[in-house]
Design a protein around this ligand. Structure first.
Ligand code: ZN
Length: 315
């Protein structure tokens, strides 16, 4: 199985460069590489600006995902990359996938190895190979420099950019605490309350964004910590208020109330159990309401930029 990559490269007449095999195939530059137990097939293209064509290409690749059981795929301005698990029939699947994709690209008249994907002009003899993510592409020498410069600037702007974590934290806390009000009321009325964790999560996220917190990785941490705190706070507060109402005690100072509530929780295992159940369910629902936010910031943090590298000395 480990030979899939080499055998296929031999069949296609690809050249070797480091961990990559690359070469021309029916007018397109094709790159193959391995990552763990997967093989990545990339085809360099100049992605069409035409919406109908673009949708058609995306539709085709999405369809391959099911037919060929792709682990993953990415489509960007310079390439289509498809990841397939290196199983017994991976070689045949990759060949089919390659032929179908190339046929589809030809049909859509998508330029391949004779056009610089960056400036979209025809290449004469004045081009070099560059690596963009996992794909080798043909580009003008100066276009690689220009793209590298843009990528570097974007990266620097991003690093230097304001994150507004402080404001975001305050916003999340205010939002989250407001979001605890329904929890406290519903819990005091004796209803199951965990689902309202989603509301706390949503309110904290709303507050974070309202006060200008940026969608960086810290956002996930801030929301996670604030929401956890708010859920525990909500459960503790409803227990404390219930205690005051049931004993119709007056003249409690806040300090006394906290101490008495804590003592009650320590004393009653059934109270403790129901509080923990509420909190756990609350966390699950809050997590569900924030799942999209979490994945968005993680993805952005790890692959927000183009990685471009000039490959000197190869054609
Ligand atoms: Zn160019």
């Amino acid at each position: 199985m480990a030979n899939t990559l080499r055998e296929l490269s031999l069949t296609l007449g690809l050249k070797n460069y480091g961990a990559y095999y690359y070469g021309d195939y029916q007018g397109y530059v094709v790159t193959l590489t391995e990552k763990l137990t997967n093989i990545i097939l990339s085809i360099a293209i100049t992605f069409p600006n035409d919406d109908v064509k673009a949708d058609s290409i995306r539709g085709f690749v999405e369809n391959y995902k099911r037919t060929y059981n792709l682990v993953d795929y990415t489509i960007n301005h310079s390439s289509i990359s498809m990841t397939i698990n290196d199983s017994a029939n991976a070689r045949d699947k990759l060949l089919q996938l390659l032929n179908k994709t190339v046929g589809m690209l030809e049909y859509n008249k998508v330029p391949g190895n004779d056009v610089c994907y960056f400036c979209e002009k025809k290449l004469q003899d004045n081009y070099v190979k560059a690596q963009i993510e996992d794909a080798f592409v043909n580009m003008h020498d100066k276009c690689v420099d220009e793209l590298s410069r843009i990528a570097e600037k974007e990266r620097n702007d991003y690093i230097a950019g304001k994150k507004n974590y402080g404001r975001g934290f305050i916003g999340a806390l205010i939002g989250g605490l407001i979001g605890t009000i329904p929890w406290i009321i519903v819990d005091m009325l004796g209803f199951i309350v965990g689902i309202l964790g989603a509301l706390i999560g949503y309110a904290a996220k709303f507050g974070y964004e309202k006060l200008g917190g940026k969608p960086r990785k810290g956002k996930a941490w801030i929301l996670g910590i604030v929401v956890l705190f708010c859920i525990i706070f909500a459960q503790f507060a409803s227990t404390a208020i219930t205690l005051v109402m049931e004993t119709s005690a007056t003249g409690y100072s806040l300090g006394d109330l906290i101490t008495t509530t804590a003592e009650l929780i320590a004393y009653s295992s059934s109270l403790r159990r129901s509080m923990i159940i509420n909190i756990v369910i609350g966390i699950v629902f809050a997590g569900a309401s924030l799942a999209k936010t979490f994945t968005a910031v993680i993805l952005e943090g790890s692959s927000g930029f183009v990685n471009v590298k000039k490959l000197t000395g190869i054609m």
